[in-house]
Structure formats: C-alpha cells, structure tokens
Design a protein around this ligand. Sequence first.
Ligand code: TYD
Length: 243
Amino acid sequence: MSLFISFEGGEGSGKSTQAETLHKRLVDEHYQSLLLHEPGSTPLGRHMRDLLKGRPWGGETISHGAELFMFTAARAELVAKVIKPLMRQQRGIIIADRYADSTIAYQGYGRRMPIEELVTVNHLATQGVLPDLTFLLDCAPEEGLKRVGELQTVLPLEIADEALGGRVDREGTTRFEEESIDFHERIRVGYLKLAEQEPERFRIIDAAKSIEKIAEQIWSIVSEKLPGPSDAGPPELKLEFPA
Ligand code: TYD
C-alpha cells in the first residue's frame, strides 16, 4: 500500500523540520519513504521555485493570478510525474512539505482569491489526489515570523537560504514574510477552517511545543497507519530526475 502525508503551516511553523524528521525515522525503520517539497521536487517545480523566490523582472512583483498558476503548475507536474505513478504502484510513503491546502490558505485566505475557484484549480492540478493525513503545524504568526527572522539575522544569507529550504530571495527576504501580520493571521484562520472541515484528514499540532515532543506526537499518529515495512527494494525512494 502507499500512504500520502502532507505537512502544512504558516511561516516558521517548523513543518519542514518535522517532515524531514518523519522521513528519516521511516527510512531508519526500513519503510520506503519519499520526501517532496512544494514548489520543487521536479525539474519544472524547481524552475517555478527559482522564479518565485528570485525577482527576475527587476523587482516587479508577480500578479496574484500568475503566482497561483505557478504554484499549481508545479503541483500538477509533481502529481503527474511522481505522486500518481507511486500511488498506482502502491509503493511507499509519500511525504509532502506543503500541498494543495497551501493554495487555499495563502492564495485564498491570504491573498483573498475566491476559495471555490481555487478548489477547482487545485482539483485540476491534483487530479483529485488528496493526502490520507495532513499535519497542520499551528502557531501564532508572530512566533513563526520571529523564528524565521532569527534564522536570517543569525546566519549568512546562503546558509539561511539553505536552512529555510531555499526561500530567501536576492534581497534576503522571503516571499510572504514582508506581508502584514494580518495576512499571516488570515492564513492561520484559513488553515484552521480547513482542518475543521476535514477532521478525518487533518491533525492540528501545537507548533509551540518542542521539536522532540512534536516529532513523537507525529510518529505515534503515523505509526498507527503504517503497514509492515516492505521487504522489497531499497528503503529510501529516490526521485528519478537529475539533480
Ligand atoms: P517554502 O520555501 O516552501 O517555505 P516554507 O518552509 O514556508 O514551506 O516557501 C514557499 C512559500 O510559498 C511559502 O511562503 C508558502 C507559499 N505557497 C503559496 O503561497 N501557495 C502554494 O500553493 C504553496 C505550495 C506555497
């Protein structure tokens, strides 16, 4: 069988750390696990990521519509080339660091684009493929932004960029971080609404707890859903794209 798990949350919520920790633990326990990051994880996705994080238009901002389609283009590619083929083969555990809920939270609640229309766009991009389980790392935006800010002021630009998963643009700021607290508050509220609408799929995690405590909580939830470790094949699934 395959299991599809996504991680969601606002800026600095620690979801990438938790996605990575879960992936490593699964590999250690001999499960086939693949960690994906949106946007990214395919050649097209990486281009989209570079375009979104840099400002190749000489400082010009991207329109909200274009931004939406760049994120969802990367997602469509990821679903078609990676997620669906793995699901068809019933192989492994797929962990996505962000997925379709990010679009509803950021473009819908954050940018105030019409939610119903975003649901349709998401549906086209994902071909209806939804995670079995979604961890929402919830924290006050002030806390999350403080964490991201601390990383950026403490570390040199290139290292901060790596620590933040390639989100620092050429001016040294991340795409959504310059937005108002109100923008981030709306994203938080949006995520919590999504979780309320789909309680079967979502697990809300208090992101203020320690990394270790959160990792244990996540592991106890995931381990209940795991099949026995696969006997066949290497434990770590590798993406078949050139780096
Ligand atoms: P990312 O590098 O993934 O950082 P994070 O660690 O926060 O995930 O940044 C991607 C940014 O893009 C992040 O601020 C959320 C935003 N985003 C959207 O606005 N819509 C989307 O559909 C996705 C996937 C991400």
